[in-house]
Design a protein around this ligand. Sequence first.
Ligand code: KIV
Length: 274
Amino acid sequence: MKDLSTTSGPKRVTTRTIATMKKEGAPIASLTAYDFLTARLLDQAGIDLILVGDSLGMVFQGHETTIPVTLDEMIYHAKAVIRGVERAMVIVDMPFMSYQVDPQEGFRNAGRVMKETGAGGVKFEGGERVVEMVYQTTQAGIPVMGHLGLTPQSIHQFGGYQPRGTTSAEAKSILRDAKMLEEAGAFALILEKIPTKLSAQITKSLKIPTIGIGAGVHCDGQVLVVSDMLGLYEEFHPRFVRKYVNLADTIRQSVGTFVADVKKKDFPNKTESY
Ligand code: KIV
């Protein structure tokens, strides 16, 4: 990872850059990454913020939910991602049960992520119940991103992936949580799968940027799971995902051609041999 003070490489995105982007109305582009190669490509393409999301439990490990992901696994993936990044800010998701039991434990685990990976910050899901921990963590100098709306670690409590904040009571509670997270020191907020009107209201009410996923166009930035937008993950396709390429088909075709070439002894040819 490049030194923050370097003058030769690209200028690293920091919490200060993110805050300025909100002030100047410059949209923040964010994607997830779980490995070195992908992170390097995203960084070279100009992504502002890379999230080492616990979505890796689904799109990388093949689980049905994000629940089984461990803190050690998050640290392993974050280290690989950070080796590929020169410019983007890298945020690491705190996985299920690394912070829910006791704020002190969450705070300590966040510190472990920062020390062992070199990340720029951590992300916690939830509102009021994590506010005290967010306060302690930010007071210790660790940048924290919040995550409200459809928070996948609570999927069993929600009973499915339906949009959140669709009733006026739930919308009010999400807005209140957003304000509490801002007051506790969070530097940004992910808003997942909530109505456009609600995300617009939250975005307007906060000084910190909102980054939407399935939350409409009025957020200060947008994030997608990289495996969804590249057309690699085929298990389900939420409406908010725009597929920019179908890499699953490209990979199947390329591998099919390789298999055929090997079978007919067309690979390797003379120039590919010594
Ligand atoms: O885990 C993840 O990838 C996330 C994004 C969907 C925001 O939390």
